[in-house]
Design a protein around this ligand. Sequence first.
Ligand code: CTP
Ligand code: MN
Ligand code: MN
Length: 521
Amino acid sequence: MALLPQKKKRKDPGLPGASHSWAGDGPLTLAKFSEVGIFLVERKMGSSRRSFLSQLARKKGFRVEERMSESVTHVVSENNSGDEVLELLDKQSGICRAALVDITWFTESMGAGKPLEVENRHRLQVKTAADGGPIGIPISQYACQRRTTLDNKNSLFTEALKVLAENAQLCENEGRYLAFTRASSILKSLPYSVTKIDDLQGIPSLGEHCKKVIQDILEDGICREVEELIQNERYQTLKRFTSIFGVGVKTADKWYREGLRTLHELRASKILLTKEQGAGLLYYEDLIVPVTRTEADSIRKIVEGAVHRFLPAAVVKLTGGFRRGKEYGHDVDFLITHQEEGKEQGLLYQVINWMAAQGMILYDDITDSKDQKWKNKEPEIFDSFAKCFLIFKLQKDVVNVLRPNTAGDHDPLAKEIGHGGRAETCERATYAAVKVKDWKAVRVDLVTAPFGQYAYALLGWTGSQLFERDLRRYAKHFKHMSLSSHSLFDNEQKKFLSAATEEEIFAHLGLDYIPPEERNA
Ligand code: CTP
Ligand code: MN
Ligand code: MN
């Protein structure tokens, strides 16, 4: 199996002020009490005292870690509250499974010459969030360590933060986009509704700006900044243009600067469109209507049928949002593989050609796994599987066609064939059945993966996007591993770790298994 070259390993920044040089008396393995790993928080302690205490502890046979890691069992701090320490740790290193203890535990243990049991009086107090809140259980800043179902108890806030995230994206400010997306995602994972600002105690990834938005909504029911954005002409226009298949922020912004505002103006303009954008604009009214699970199932049956014509034993798996349990999606994603590695090669061409011959394809863009356009790209973000982005022509069933209110007023194709509005009488409904467009354009992604990479591909194509991003970030920072949709590479052992199932990948990463329905980060 062809695997991708690894990215050069970047140094972990560690906690503020943490020195990476080994200042101790010997290697880690000499520690007498190796089961105990101490991390001293430098904040308020100062670097010289920290290094003095580190040396002292090492002399006594304790293992002292220079930076936060999974092997730390005791986080020791002086003059910081539990919340302050958690916030520091969350900013830098994700979830903290270690005991948060005061310096008294450390000095007493040094005095005793051995690690003492942690008693309640040693523990740092973490303020409990009210009413069934996280009660001091640290919430990870990594989406892959949270369980996020579709039951969002904080949609009022997450919808507002989503607007801010979208706007940041439309301004090409990746940092702000991520900050708002992370904040929104963490609120989605809370098992309770935030009803007062105190409920946010101890929750990572919430910057001042996000807290202000939440506070505004708690006080006034709305956030003025968000409301203004929604009315903003550039925001509205760029959102409209980027919702066209094939149009990214740069193109949308260019059109905006050229004075275009509406789809009507765009259609009337002489602007040159790519083949993809042309299709996106042509089928726009269909493509902005969310795909239902029923439609996804119909397409699955058709795709499965097509694939099995050529490879009866191939596996066709529904991935993306529908695999996570969503009822609606912007497209339908499929991953295809075959137990006999190599059999999947060339399959996409056969499938697409056959479907095209059946009149099922409105647009297709096949990327071969050997295609140069994917090379030199970040392997952790752009995989190089053979894939096809297509616009599928889904026949609506007769029952749907007969239903009076069909595509609605905006449907130019419906208008073209002389029916745009609501059919009020039975007679007209029957008339509509004859006249109305009886199909819907639906975006479909088909990906084929060699069997040996199937588990990685499945994990990578199930999403959500933030869940994937945090899996890779977690792998890199905590395990010194590089995760992609193809493989997991251990940068320390310098080897690829194979996996036949998603469960095995989570196990390689030392993470609890999170099922697809809980990956809606
Ligand atoms: N993906 C990817 N490479 C791409 C496109 C998508 O790896 N070129 C992955 C994304 O990271 C995501 C999954 O495929 O995890 C599904 O992507 P997408 O269809 O865009 O999102 P969904 O989560 O399915 O959301 P929706 O229901 O709106 O389609
Ligand atoms: Mn999808
Ligand atoms: Mn997709």
